[in-house]
Write a protein of this length. Structure first.
Lengths: 379, 398, 379, 398
């Protein structure tokens, strides 16, 4: 029992923060968002080549680092702190899904291709009808299988070399496919969103033919459900970073800003808000690292799925609240300048809002916990 | 204590509704429901034309005395006008500041000359005003203003130098009233003057401030020896604070009821969406919709109390809570709108910053708890003025 | 349209407050609660003889004052402010129920008897299974009608000369009866509660025979539902008083108490809490008087039942929140002494808690409003 | 970073569980789950006897060094002990203050003589301690202490005069540690001494304070020339503040995990009731039960971080939020208990003040956010110490 970073983890944290402080500056983030690629491709390259973050969750035998979820959380938290605009989340999510698939040549090929820096995105749900719905079907024709329907909010889908697609088959079971975004019947479009730092795409399938070697997993309901839980935990890491940075920049601003002959940081109204913000982010951080440890334990067979899902629900409820509260309170602490384009706090605010509802709102997470507690099942 | 209106009032209501029905159409059809909070920068020319149409019908400045072209409308009539205006989808009033702030201020503190010069163009819907209070270093601490006004000893003309900020729609306005320091050795709320300044002059530079929405309703206004004639200072030099505070008092009047009608439109839209997309089945959403509904009713009856009482002009308890209440309510409404929309909330029409109405609502309402006195300042004021709690010690922390 | 007190109403408010400031002191309330009668019978007598508050809602033709609900609210608010321990609520509630009954000799007899100072209590629900349930049945035997079952949380039931009893008949419709607490088969017991200032009783019926002249109303479902709404509004008046007094005594204490060389009333944390308390109580007050006006308008046929119920739901949600928040925050503002028996704030806190759940919690009131808004019916 | 225990630790867990199973029975069966928060005044004699039984098994003071009869238990072992103790329904510890506050304080700051005199009776479960910090005028502002200690020049004996308040279970204790002013010209945290004082002496009067529950766990303790021998001051005269602050640091240790196990018992009971009375179908209750569950887990992992890190002894961020977190959480739990009970919540067994466990929880948790530093003070501390925000200016408001 040791709920503190190892020396290696501490070092990973320090180097991640230092790297991003240098590369993902306020100016750089704005440039990345408004560039045609919607991110800084050179930065992604240097992440892949110098930091190798894309390989954290990828097993060593397919050229990854084979590290654990605590390491992944450390890096994504640092990414959130600096509003990093990059396919890191998309790649981590795709890795999580692939690692859960039955072993296959295709799976390993995809993993090692990601380890080499290829972007992949998971096309999971159709969030216009709910965050855990699936809008793509896989139907058998006389000659082949075709995918039809739409997946929305596919992270960095427009930049993906391959798309992992969740589809419902004729027997109503979920299946997971890999498709090439260039192939016939696949249409990928960037989806402009309020938060520009985590760009999304809509992927539409019009009778897109797939072959059996593109099938990564059938009867994948548990896999998809678990991947959703894992995706929440990845998002939580981002939210903890956003919550922390919102606190930090707001306290810094409050220390600079004078009104009534005092820095506003000396007013109890400001101090107590900041204290509440710290309480929120530290709590979310505790649940993040608990959840990360739980994933590692689940992968090692030490705890069951219920523990994994509970950890994800709890961490998501807490971190979503923390990020939104801290970014919103941060705007208030900034006063008038908080709502100007010039200051960064509004960027954190938009990112906090986007992630808060991305895979279910806090009240939905709490209801899922209540269901576990009161009806005694995994939701 | 009675909440129903008299027959005469109801007849007035009919008159207003009929006129709006006859006029808010044809060339004005497109601006119905437009130009409200978060949408203030849209359809500016059309809304200025609409002000002239209102003026033709004697529907500008209805609270002003008849001498100055008003209707000397009773509180009840003003309430009714605002309700019907909002119900009809009347656009955000370009003449709002002139009608409800400049006008009452000049009527209370202005010289006869100032009234004669400035009131008629406001009444006729041809002169538009903005306000110049806040400065970069004087936000919550308004008395810290540093903009200075120096009087030319021979001409009597004032030269104003400094910077104002958060000046709403300054680039679309003709005039600004400016609070500036006339006595360079003065501090805080002493030694200030209240100036009526034309914006279209070489000494004034207006720079838009881009907001988190990508739009720019607010401005920074730079004064560099901007000219203000001797007769365009309201009250004596040194009386500026008194005038400015009187003006702030006018902000909490019957127009709150018009504001609430806009809020009702927003809430109705959110309820409509919730019913259509199934969000209305979510217990959390249901609680919050009910809370929003109750809050809006609460504001209504807070306003009714405020308007029915306090004849002595002092700010009553229910008036003091008004800003804090509506700003928090509106901010919560913005969040509710997003949660009702669900994942759709993120989607914007095309490129960055083409936000839809509810997204603008969500983002802009973060400003509601800041401008016009932050929630923190409001709570200070309530505690000190209504509850008699002591001010804090001044001076730097350690 | 005039949403301010008339001169007469203002005078009623002033005299009520002055009377109770004198009679319902901190010491007097404590004595009343611990007396065998659970209230100060002499005080009740002087209320009935000097103030005539029991007659406010009773029509003039049956010896009442025939005033309106605004007047009733004014007096009950003053009662809440002073923690008045008296059957006033019970009498007002019984009056509200009786006024809604079809005209009958018995009804008028009961009303004029209340006007003369007799206490009556409404035995409405069985709150152990929900605040709007009815636990008494009226069943026909071959010879007579008998009441069976239990009604709980009957205000001042132990002191009532007559009990008004809601019972469900064989056709599943509600009926309203008057019974004598002394009659066979009726058992009244005081129910000790945490809040001792609003004492309650449990009334049990064991085959208590009733005759047709005891029947005040049949097919009384709407009457009972409306009486519930009216009871909520009466409770709201009490809550507004509790919320106001909690604010006042806490601000007074904060002005007296020094820490760190300052009165604690000068700290923003305290000031802002007080400001929030004021916002809550003023808002609840606005909705209280809106609701009171709505009752008057409803009685005059100017608005429909939906408006009455909506007003009651809204005011109850808001005032329950205000009373509990203010009393709870008041304890916090008092610091250590706030939780001692000696100070009054804890009495307000207990009264606030008791009334908060008495006829439905705020979340239940909000759900009822949501139902009206989203499903478009009166609940 | 790893959350599982080693095999050796798991074996230790078994040992603890077995011992408790063997001993928490027969004459101690009745005190299982008793004497917790809000119930501290019950079964005092039985719980004192239980302390002696614990001592026989070497289960008192397990964190102390073996020299003083402890087990020098690792953090993991202490965590395990607290978990198993709570799981077994171990009663509220009468020896808590001696074990976790007096002991560590004397081990860190005490003389050898003091250790020899005071530690063994604590270790053996025969001496019970209470704390004398707060005064009527020194609550949140602890440094405003006015109790004074005067040293007799010849005997060296100290005479203590003043009043302490909120002294938990003083009437059931043998000793109290008292923070008192040794230098009458000193102010604030200077010139204080930290005294070990016997309660059974003529100069000490203990008066119970009746709480809102009708019970009296807390006391006022009056010192009127109460005697304290020269060798019973901890540290030098004038070092009292340093000692006292060190002691406060010990409050946030592994015992937090034991506290959480008690909280879990309370939450489990609430969940059980909600399931049985149908409250579990209420969406608002469901949200709050989930929130309580998440909050408890949050505290657990906050504690785990706190216990795993900060080897340098400085109070880490997660330690600083602990009091604010648990007190607010517990207060909310009390309210949740009432709402789950529904109307039943009001009912008490018989006459006034025979409260059931959940009612006591509800009422007593209002104290949680006050004693040991109010939530307001906690937020000040967090802002100043963790976030480096400035202190407020001192002096009276105006």
């Amino acid at each position: 029992m040791k709920f503190a970073f190892t020396d290696e983890q501490q070092m990973l944290r320090d180097t991640s923060q230092a790297f991003l402080a240098n590369k993902s500056t306020s100016v750089a983030v704005r440039q990345a968002c408004s560039s045609p690629e919607r991110h800084d491709t050179a930065l992604w390259q240097s992440i892949c080549e110098e930091m190798y973050w894309q390989g954290i969750l990828i097993p060593e035998h397919v050229d990854g680092l084979g590290l654990g979820w605590v390491e992944m959380a450390i890096v994504l938290e640092a990414a959130g702190e600096r509003l990093l605009t990059s396919p890191l989340f998309a790649v981590a999510q795709s890795t999580a899904a692939l690692v859960g698939c039955p072993a296959s040549e295709m799976r390993d090929l995809l993993l090692s291709s990601m380890a080499a820096g290829k972007v992949m995105s998971l096309a999971m749900g159709n969030q216009s009808v709910g965050w855990d719905s699936v809008g793509v079907t896989a139907s058998e024709t006389s000659t082949t299988t075709v995918l039809s329907g739409e997946a929305r909010f596919v992270p960095f889908g427009f930049a993906a070399a391959k798309l992992l697609v969740v589809a419902r088959d004729a027997s109503n079971a979920l299946t997971l496919w890999v498709v090439d975004p260039q192939q016939d019947g696949v249409f990928v479009e960037p989806t402009p969103t309020m938060d520009q730092t985590r760009p999304m795409a809509t992927v539409r399938f019009e009778q897109a033919a797939v072959t059996s070697d593109q099938l990564l997993a059938s009867h994948a309901d548990e896999l998809v459900s678990d991947t959703l839980a894992l995706s929440r935990i990845l998002t939580v890491a981002d939210q903890v970073g956003v919550a922390q940075a919102s606190l930090d920049i707001s306290v810094d601003y409050a220390k600079e800003r004078s009104q009534f002959d005092r820095t506003i940081a000396s007013f109890q109204a400001i101090k107590h808000k900041a204290a509440d913000m710290m309480l929120k982010v530290e709590s979310a951080r505790s649940l993040l690292y608990y959840a990360a440890c739980t994933v590692d334990a689940w992968l090692a067979g030490e705890v069951d799925r219920a523990a994994l899902h509970e950890a994800a629900f709890m961490a998501s409820a807490c971190a979503s609240d923390a990020a939104f509260f801290n970014a919103g309170s941060g705007i208030q602490m900034h006063g008038g300048v908080g709502i100007t384009e010039e200051y960064d706090i509004q960027l954190y605010f938009k990112r906090a809002r986007a992630t808060e509802s991305y895979l279910g709102r806090p009240s939905e997470m709490r209801e899922a916990i209540a269901y576990q507690l009161l009806e005694g099942d995994v939701a | 204590m009675k909440l129903t209106f008299t027959a005469a009032d109801e007849q007035f209501r009919e008159e207003v509704a009929d006129w709006l029905n006859d006029n808010l159409r044809d060339e004005f059809a497109d601006i119905r429901y437009r130009g409200g909070p978060g949408d203030e920068h849209r359809f500016v020319d059309e809304r200025k034309a609409w002000e002239r149409r209102l003026a033709d019908g004697r529907w500008t400045c209805i609270g002003w005395p008849e001498t100055w072209g008003g209707r000397a409308a009773s509180i009840e009539q003003q309430v009714i006008f605002h309700e019907e205006y909002a119900r009809a989808g009347g656009p955000g009033r370009m003449g709002h500041i002139g009608d409800t702030l400049t006008g009452p201020t000049l009527l209370a503190f202005g010289s006869e000359q100032q009234k004669a010069k400035y009131l008629p163009p406001i009444r006729d819907g041809v002169a538009f005003w903005s306000q110049g209070y806040s400065e970069p270093g004087a936000g919550s601490d308004l008395a810290a203003i540093r903009t200075k006004a120096v009087q030319d000893e021979t001409s009597g003309q004032w030269k104003i130098t400094g910077q104002k900020v958060w000046t709403s729609l300054a680039h679309e306005s003709d005039f600004v009233f400016v609070l500036a320091r006339v006595d360079r050795d003065s501090s805080r709320h002493h030694g200030l003057g209240f100036f009526l300044v034309a914006l279209d002059q070489p000494g004034v530079t207006i720079r838009p401030i881009t907001q988190l929405t990508g739009t720019a309703e607010f401005n920074e206004v730079y004064f560099d020896d901007a000219v203000c004639d001797a007769e365009d200072i309201v009250g004596a030099p040194g009386d500026g604070w008194k005038v400015a505070m009187g003006l702030l008092g006018f902000e909490r009047g019957v127009s709150t009821l018009g504001q609430q009608m806009l809020f009702q439109t927003e809430l109705d839209e959110i309820i409509r969406i919730a019913k259509s997309n199934g969000a209305s089945r979510d217990p959390d959403i249901r609680q919050r919709i009910a809370e929003a509904h109750i809050g809006l009713k609460t504001m209504r009856y807070n306003s009714m109390r405020m308007l029915s009482g306090g004849e002595d002009g002092s700010l009553s308890r229910e008036a003091m809570i008004y800003k804090l209440y509506w700003s928090s309510w509106h901010r919560n409404l913005g969040k509710l709108a997003m949660d009702v929309l669900g994942p759709e909330a993120e989607l914007i029409e095309s490129g960055p910053y083409e936000l839809n109405k509810l997204q603008s609502l969500f983002l802009f309402t973060r400003a509601d708890t800041i401008y016009g006195g932050t929630n923190q300042i409001q709570r200070n004021l309530i505690a000190e003025r209504a509850l008699g709690m002591p001010k804090e010690p001044r001076g730097p922390g350690k």
